[in-house]
Design a protein around this ligand. Structure first.
Ligand code: ADP
Length: 257
């Protein structure tokens, strides 16, 4: 597999390499679409480690992670979950949006996030020591706006953490141009629209324009969708369902591209 494209924003690559040497649990904080998943894919690839990703949601339980007994014919057999596999075989386990998961997930990873580095499998009554190459990585959207799930300070303090945010206009232009293989001029216009919308805090949007949305708009433009329409459907519509806000954002972006 070729190296995933990742444009460094700050010193995150250096920090992660050192954390990987120590196998310290690592937390990627930041709004959606700011490159957290891409970053970990890139790091796993360059460190030659296998990456196992779990996208956490409100139903994600410790059983999903650790494993379960299943019935096969006349037998009941144990099936390792992805966390157990990663712990045994020494992979990077990435818990995307960890705060979404059920509280028993946090309990399950507890002993893996301190000096013990071990996993207790209650259904088997066994404890396994983590492989020397095992590393736990999680992402979390701190959500400066209301309505997001929080991560308890006692859990956060078990991780080394770095923040992801929207990159500078210059870097974001490079990312958008490179990801969608479009002209820098067009990429720059898309980034200008995003910057403008991000500054409109009075709209009270739960989440604002992410780099992901800009890349999507750029990809639609690349395959021939008219630019304004691409911005409407890939950038404006996903942001709000309020008709007035949507119209205002469409008008604003039309003036800019
Ligand atoms: P997150 O995990 O933070 O929600 P992703 O990693 O999925 O976000 O990023 C969304 C998209 O934005 C990626 O697929 C990629 O196209 C683009 N992207 C964002 N930041 C970067 C970056 N620093 N380098 C390369 N691509 C990026």
């Amino acid at each position: 597999m070729s190296t995933p494209y990742y444009h460094a924003i700050d010193k995150e690559i250096q920090v992660f390499e050192h954390a990987y040497t120590c196998k310290l649990p690592f937390l990627l904080k930041g709004p959606t679409g700011t490159g957290k998943s891409r970053f970990i894919a890139y790091m796993a690839h360059t460190l030659k480690s296998q990456l196992i990703t779990i996208s956490c949601h409100e139903e994600t339980s410790s059983t999903d992670l650790i494993g379960r007994f299943i019935i096969k014919g006349a037998e009941t057999i144990w099936l390792d979950g992805p966390l157990t596999t990663a712990v045994k075989e020494g992979h990077i386990l990435y818990l995307d949006e960890i705060a979404e998961a059920r509280p028993d997930v946090i309990v399950a990873i507890h002993s893996l996030t301190d000096h013990r580095r071990e996993l207790f499998i209650d259904k088997l009554g066994t404890t396994i020591k983590a492989h020397k190459d095992f590393m736990l990585v999680a992402s979390f959207n701190p959500g400066y706006q209301r309505g997001f799930k929080e991560l308890k300070p006692s859990t956060r303090q078990r991780f080394v953490a770095i923040s992801f945010d929207y990159p500078t206009a210059k870097i974001e232009t490079d990312i958008v141009a490179s990801e969608a293989d479009i002209d820098k001029d067009v990429a720059k216009k898309l980034v200008n629209i995003a910057t403008k919308i991000r500054n409109l805090t009075e709209l009270g949007l739960t989440e604002t324009v992410s780099t992901r949305l800009l890349v999507d708009a750029a990809k639609l433009i690349k395959v021939g969708l008219p630019k304004r329409l691409a911005v409407h459907v890939a950038v404006v519509e996903p942001l709000s369902d309020d008709l007035e806000i949507v119209q205002a954002l469409k008008d604003l972006s039309d003036l800019m591209i």
